[in-house]
Design a protein around this ligand. Structure first.
Ligand code: 5RP
Length: 223
């Protein structure tokens, strides 16, 4: 199977999970990226069961609306049973690196409101140690040089993402050269640097359920 076929298979599995486990009329949080895009296309098939969605990026909002799926403002939402999103790396403990698409801040906010984070990945994303994929950090532009120096003190090699501005008007530093032994501790340490908006470690609040596509089927790993 190709990687896209695996992504399609896991997107279908997420759709089936929602159809079977999430009450009709619920609001669903939707992530960003190529796997999330396959999920959006599958969600369209059950859109009559879904009350509305919350989008984690402008790209996701446009794709949802393109399918005629209603997108609402997170501030108008009090309960959202699930958030479905991909990851750049994930461990068996369901800690993740996210933000390859640059949407990490809105993804983390929508995930925080959701009852359950369902991560949808193909098997290439499963790792023993996080950090080979450069860790995205969203930074207020005027703090870029300061934050980069502080990240170097923590052992990372930050590189500005060229020509990229987040949906929030900020820059991304992609941090190379990491092997993250304590994901929750490193997530917290990065958040202490003044000028950091969010970092792409999702460990303090990881996934609750991983749907992992393999050529032998979709494997479930629950917290
Ligand atoms: C976007 C993300 C994505 O979930 C992550 O980059 C995975 O993307 P893809 O499904 O395209 O591999 O965090 O900010």
């Amino acid at each position: 199977m190709t990687q896209d076929e695996l992504k399609q298979a896991v997107a279908r599995a997420a759709r089936d999970y929602i159809a079977a486990n999430v009450p009709a009329g619920s609001i669903i949080g939707v992530g960003t990226g190529s796997t999330a895009n396959f999920f959006i296309d599958e969600l369209a098939a059950i859109k009559d069961r879904v009350c509305a969605t919350v989008a984690s990026s402008e790209a996701t909002r446009k794709r949802l609306e393109g399918h005629g799926i209603e997108v609402v403002d997170l501030n108008d939402v009090t309960a959202m049973p699930v958030y479905v999103d991909g990851a750049d790396e994930i461990t068996e403990n369901l800690e993740m690196v996210k933000g390859g698409g640059g949407a990490l801040t809105r993804e983390k906010i929508v995930a925080a409101v959701a009852g359950k984070f369902i991560c949808v990945c193909d098997q290439s994303k499963l790792v023993a140690t996080l950090g080979k994929f450069p860790l995205p950090v969203e930074v207020i532009p005027m703090a870029q040089a300061y934050v980069a120096r502080e990240i170097e003190k923590l052992g990372g090699q930050p590189k500005p993402r060229a020509g990229f501005t987040t949906d929030n008007g900020n820059i991304i530093l992609d941090v190379h050269g990491l092997a993250i032994a304590d994901p929750a501790g490193f997530e917290t340490a990065l958040n202490q640097i003044v000028g950091v908006v969010t970092n792409g470690l999702f460990a303090c609040r990881g996934a609750d359920l991983l749907l992992l596509a393999t050529p032998d089927g979709v494997r479930q790993v629950a917290r």
